[in-house]
Design a protein around this ligand. Structure first.
Ligand code: CUA
Length: 318
């Protein structure tokens, strides 16, 4: 039990280790409320103890003046102060000024993964999935929507959560403050595999981010080994391209995640599996067991050798 509790303290997905402007405000408010609430609780316990065992103090604790001061005046002052502080903090949280020439990211909730599109100032659109890269120090507008059920986008170290609602677009403006990798999670129950709808957030220096975006926008790498080439042929023959896109090849499907650079991501299947050839193989063979009711069929009909070839090809798409 304690281990489970302490696991929440790891800094990969914790609102208490903020690495974004908005998350820093959330953490500040959390600590002020927690410390303030604890102080008031101690005060009440001491007053109650004195009222019961306080001897001569008992008389003054039950006086009308004390009751009016601590029962009425104190809460009014403290709650008013907290209200004003809360308004001030929320004001500071009003939309940060985004650079009109800056980057915009569109994220759509799918069952159960994230469709991510980077839109540059000159209107270029770069499709990706299940990972969010951000340049540190630059406010970025994230447009959130869904085409199926309600999801909620939550990267605790970056910002508070915001719902993704079919038929409307909610906008979240975020600024990463520190380079590093953290984790986010869908925060609204969206069906059986809701818990398996996560993602990695990669905050990079603006230079690293630009280099990454250029690489991400490029066409897929050519297979480097015979096994990978065999996988590429199988990928086409098996009809994977009906659902997936691999830019630079005939695969142009849009039902499933874009796989152009899937091998370069930090995880597979929306942060469900590590990004290794073995995990690719497991996913192709048995994904309905790993993430029940996802839209991809399990391909148990393929031989071990064929699955190996496909996994090697996909892992090589860096
Ligand atoms: Cu998507 Cu929960």
């Amino acid at each position: 039990m304690i281990v489970v509790f302490l696991a929440g303290c790891s800094s990969i997905q914790s609102a208490l280790h903020p690495t974004g402007v908005e998350a820093e405000r959330v953490a500040t408010l959390f600590w002020i409320m927690t410390i303030g609430g604890t102080l008031i609780m101690v005060l009440v316990i001491v007053a109650a103890a004195l009222a019961i065992y306080g001897g001569r103090l008992r008389a003054s604790l039950s006086s009308e003046r004390f009751v009016m001061a601590m029962g009425l005046a104190f809460p009014v002052v403290v709650l008013t102060a907290l209200l004003i502080y809360g308004f001030a903090l929320m004001r500071a949280g009003e939309p940060q000024q985004t650079n009109p020439d800056g980057l915009r990211v569109e994220i759509a909730g799918e069952l159960w993964w994230w469709r991510v599109t980077y839109v540059t100032a000159d209107g270029r659109r770069v499709n990706a999935a299940n990972e969010l890269h951000l340049p540190v120090g630059q406010p970025v507008e994230i447009a959130l929507t869904s085409t199926n059920v309600i999801h909620s986008f939550w990267a605790p170290q970056l910002a508070g959560k915001l719902d993704m609602i079919p038929g409307r677009t909610n906008t979240l403006t975020v600024t990463a403050t520190e380079e590093g990798i953290s984790r986010g999670q869908c925060a609204e129950y969206c069906g059986g595999a809701h818990a398996l709808m996560a993602f990695h957030l990669v905050a990079q220096s603006p230079e690293d981010f630009s280099a990454w975006l250029e690489a991400e926008a490029s066409a897929a790498a050519q297979p480097q080994t015979d096994l990978a080439s065999e996988g590429q042929t199988l990928f086409a023959q098996t009809g994977c391209g009906a659902c997936h896109t691999v830019r630079g090849t005939g695969a142009r499907g849009t039902i499933g995640p874009d796989l152009t650079h899937v091998g370069s991501r930090h995880s597979l299947a929306a942060a469900t599996l590590p990004n290794t050839a073995q995990a690719f193989a497991r996913w192709i063979d048995d994904n309905q067991h790993i993430k029940p009711d996802n839209k991809m069929p399990s391909y148990e009909i393929l031989s071990e050798r064929q699955i190996d070839a496909l996994a090697t090809y996909l892992e090589g798409l860096q």
